[in-house]
Design a protein around this ligand. Structure first.
Ligand SMILES: Nc1nc2c(c(=O)[nH]1)N[C@H]1C(S)=C(S)[C@@H](COP(=O)(O)OP(=O)(O)OC[C@H]3O[C@@H](n4cnc5c(N)ncnc54)[C@H](O)[C@@H]3O)O[C@H]1N2
Ligand code: MOO
Ligand SMILES: [Mg+2]
Length: 411
């Protein structure tokens, strides 16, 4: 049995990210939200594109106004007005000012803007009531970004700010990694779909829905292969179909030691290399991880619904994010917070307890979900957003004590 951290090392090292040459596609910027940039972007534009004003006011020559004050204001002749969107065609001479507005181009000769609240205008004269800083309120050409240098590196996730940057640099389309394809199926003779009437002993296949939501939430494409009976031939057929059509395969159920738990046997018979057979964690002990030559990775998640969610968050989510081309930040991140409740474990396996983080007086606090923490109980996982971790060897975390928590970020 592997410790959780050893299992994580083994699993995360199995993953090679998608190929930046072959595994990419071009998408419109409006469809790029959440996608991973596959190629660094360089822009031929400087930012700002030209010297421009940060304020509504007057463009002046600093030399003219360097001794100006409310008591002894310098007055300048207003020779022009420059709204945003126009290129001034004159050069400001000594003793002159130009009326200017935010975003408008600074005329030749001017080097400083005085905001209008610090001036007084009379006809075509402006009185400067303070001494500005040299260059004040001028947004200098190329001071934010220099044309030709790297604007955005490959391997980052595109969200609002990155998409705005790409739009501003006139990239209406962008090359991103394709979405990883993730095949999902559930195993078990007892499983039915939510539409089917339940017969005695049956249970709805909720794992499919949990996994489909998790996979799409992190930007991958779920391929839903349905319910497979606890039958070696059926399993063999579905596993073969899955590994030939996906980057990652996720099954749930059938990985423990029962007579109908066939997944490990079938994986071995199909020539897979099994890297993980069980992990010292609760829930999730019989987690099984294998690789096939034609597919990066197979996750046999334990069937219990809570085990599915916990093992997905701890192992599968980072794998999908690493595979998807994210160069940084794909690993699970634990934060230390105060526990509001008593948390208990038998101390034998690393234990994950679901609950939620609450902001109390500016500090996060972990609140354990009420109800049963059995790995068969799915109900109280609803509306949780964090998993608290009790390490091997520790049996109790008291209220007020620090605890490590995995935040269940949606993306
Ligand atoms: N003798 C032992 N028995 C068990 C052990 C053990 O070490 N020795 N481990 C237990 C642990 S821990 C877990 S976790 C489960 C894992 O079992 P399997 O992965 O073999 O899963 P199944 O037996 O097929 O199902 C377990 C449980 O989950 C329900 N289930 C299965 N699939 C779904 C689904 N798609 N949607 C909703 N619920 C599902 C299933 O009905 C069972 O109740 O093994 C323990 N046993
Ligand atoms: O690992 Mo199992 O999920 O504890 O019940
Ligand atoms: Mg079983």
């Amino acid at each position: 049995m592997n410790l959780v951290t050893n299992a994580a090392d083994i699993i995360f090292n199995l993953i090679k990210p998608l190929n930046p040459q072959q595994d990419t596609e071009i998408v419109d910027l409006l469809a790029a939200n959440g996608r991973i940039l596959a190629k660094p972007v360089h822009s031929p534009l400087d930012f700002p594109h030209w010297d421009n004003s940060a304020m509504d006011g007057y463009a002046v020559r600093y030399q003219d106004v360097q001794h100006s004050s409310a008591e002894q204001p310098v007055n300048l002749e207003i020779i022009a007005e420059i709204p945003a969107g126009y290129q001034p065609k004159f050069t400001l001479q000594p003793g002159q000012a130009a009326r200017i507005f935010t975003g408008a181009v600074i005329p030749h000769g001017a080097d400083t803007v005085v905001m209008q609240e610090r001036t007084r205008q009379e006809d075509n004269q402006v009185f400067i009531l303070t001494t500005p800083q040299p260059g004040e309120f001028v947004r200098r050409k190329a001071s934010y970004y220099q044309a030709g240098t790297q604007l955005l590196p490959a391997g980052i996730k595109l969200t609002a700010a990155e998409i705005a940057v790409l739009a501003a640099s006139q990239c209406p389309q962008v090359r991103v990694y394709r979405r990883p394809r993730v095949a999902i199926f559930s195993t078990g003779d007892e499983l039915v779909t939510p539409e089917q009437a339940l017969q005695p002993g049956q249970i709805v296949d909720s794992n499919k829905y949990a996994l489909a939501a998790l996979v799409s939430q992190i930007g991958a494409e779920p391929i839903l292969l349905g319910i497979v009976k606890d039958n070696p031939e059926a399993l063999e057929q579905t596993i073969t179909q899955a590994v030939n059509n996906a980057d990652i395969v996720i099954s749930s159920g059938g990985v423990s030691v029962g007579d109908y738990d066939y997944v490990k046997k079938i994986l071995a018979s199909l020539g897979a290399t099994i890297h993980i057979r069980s992990v010292e964690m609760r829930p999730g002990k019989p987690l099984t991880v294998a690789t096939f030559p034609q597919s990066p990775i197979y996750f046999g998640l334990p069937g219990n619904p809570a085990a599915v969610l916990v093992t997905f968050w701890r192992f599968v989510q980072p794998v999908i994010r690493k595979l998807s081309g994210l160069s940084q930040g794909w690993e699970p991140e634990f934060v230390k917070v105060r526990s509001h409740d008593e948390l208990r474990s038998d101390g034998k396996r690393e234990t994950y307890i679901w609950g939620s983080l609450h902001l109390i007086d500016g500090r996060y606090e972990f609140h354990k979900a009420g109800g049963s923490h059995s790995s068969g109980n799915l109900i109280n996982l609803a509306q949780t957003n964090a998993l608290a971790l009790i390490p091997v060897g520790k049996t109790l975390i008291s209220p007020g004590e620090d605890v490590l928590v995995l935040q269940l970020l949606s993306f």
